[in-house]
Design a protein around this ligand. Structure first.
Ligand SMILES: Nc1ncnc2c1ncn2[C@@H]1O[C@H](COP(=O)(O)OP(=O)(O)O)[C@@H](O)[C@H]1O
Ligand SMILES: [Mg+2]
Length: 379
């Protein structure tokens, strides 16, 4: 919507993990080096963990582009909470092996035959499992079994496991001992630091033809880093909304106040600390634990209150949700009002639109005007 206003060729802060936008921060470069090292070794497991939005899937997509297809057939699965057999079927599907109707042992045989046939043509298999924290211990065990397929001393299948930080805790369990012995490298992808956040924002902007417009002040970028805590997905969400707000206010400069305003607006809408709700890391039990279990790494206090207290708590929760919903629709209304005004102004300026009597004039008490940020600078 705002791309034309800033003369950009596309949206700079999309949320899809598009490898075209890949920015090699120190952490991302290191993680990539680990993956490439693993690829070079040709066997064993590589584990990459990181918070939601840290850039794991982007990293994997970037890697998959670089895999030499003449020697490696790479396939990726995204693990939802699948059981062990389903996992094998997913793996087969990702390598385009037809296993419909086969029972488990026939399925394993088919997989093995496929990997051996690949080996004869000089290729090996690389399996990338994203969202690995969702794997049940039995599913992990199946992956380990796949790594047992060998030709001479060489493994036919290699796996990269990519997941949220709790995957590390899962790997510490006694039943993971055998898998752990086969991990040749693991790396935790942390957030961007302040300088990297700035470089990241500029990198994404440059990718869509940026020439200094929008103009982020240095302290606005420091504020983006503080609010988003250096997590790329949160940076994207925040910056996308900041550009929308700047467009609606017809300004090209981005200052710290604007970042703060937008962060507060996002927090209001989503009900959480600024930018935090965008990336609420919900504490989850381990995949095979029942929901509500107090074991594992669940945060204290997460358990539901009982009886009447529980009903009251639920009502309070619903009320809070309702309030957030109301605040959110009010914001949407405000945004739409502003869009309408900007569109009217621009079509009016082009002589394309002749408002009827009274149309386009600001009405007293129009809700959309209430939170309109002042226009600070217009180029
Ligand atoms: N190194 C990076 N370069 C460019 N964009 C990135 C990078 N890391 C993350 N992003 C962006 O951040 C968002 C979240 O990244 P994603 O890979 O989906 O995170 P994760 O898989 O860790 O949850 C996406 O919009 C993605 O484009
Ligand atoms: Mg991901």
């Amino acid at each position: 919507m705002y791309e034309a206003f800033f003369r950009l060729t596309g949206k700079p802060f999309q949320l899809n993990p598009d490898p075209d936008f890949f920015y090699g921060s120190r952490g991302h470069r290191r993680a990539m080096a680990y993956l490439e090292y693993g690829l070079h070794q040709g066997e064993g497991f590589i584990v990459i963990t990181g918070e939601v939005g840290a850039g794991k899937t982007t990293l994997v997509r970037n890697l998959l582009r670089r895999v030499p297809s003449e020697s490696v057939q790479a396939a990726q699965i995204v693990s939802t909470q699948v059981g062990a057999d389903d996992l094998l079927r997913l793996v087969a599907g990702s390598f385009q092996i037809d296993v419909a109707g086969l029972d488990k042992s026939a399925l394993l045989q088919r997989l093995e035959a496929h990997f051996r046939a690949m080996h004869r043509t000089g290729r090996r298999a690389l399996l990338v499992v994203d969202e690995a924290q969702n794997l049940s211990p039995r599913a992990v065990e199946e992956l380990r079994m796949l790594s047992n397929f060998q030709e001479g001393t060489r493994s036919l299948v290699q796996s990269f496991l990519v997941g949220q930080p709790e995957f590390r805790a899962i790997l510490q369990r006694p039943e993971m001992r055998q898998l752990k012995q086969r991990i040749i490298a693991s790396y935790h992808l942390g957030p961007l630091d302040s300088a990297e956040t700035r470089a990241y924002v500029e990198h994404r902007l440059r990718h869509v033809g940026w020439r200094g417009d929008p103009d982020f002040s240095a302290d606005s970028l420091a504020q983006v880093h503080a609010v988003a805590e250096g997590v790329p997905r949160r940076i994207n969400t925040l910056c996308d909304r900041v550009l929308l707000a700047a467009f609606l206010a017809e300004r090209h400069d981005i200052d710290r106040d604007l970042i703060e305003d937008v962060a507060a607006e996002l927090a209001d809408e989503l009900g959480g600390p600024a930018g935090g709700a965008v990336l609420a890391v919900v504490p989850t039990g381990a995949p095979d634990e029942p929901v509500g279990s107090t074991g594992g790494d669940r945060e204290a206090g997460a358990a539901e209150p009982a009886g009447a207290a529980s009903a009251a708590a639920r009502i309070a929760l619903l009320e809070a949700r309702l309030a957030r919903l109301e605040a959110s629709s009010a914001t949407t209304y405000t945004v739409l009002q502003r869009v309408l005004r900007v569109l009217r102004a621009s079509t009016g300026a082009l002589g394309m639109h002749r408002p009827a009597d009274g149309e386009g004039r600001r009405r007293q008490g129009e809700p959309g005007d209430a939170g309109n940020p002042p226009v600070r600078a217009v180029r």
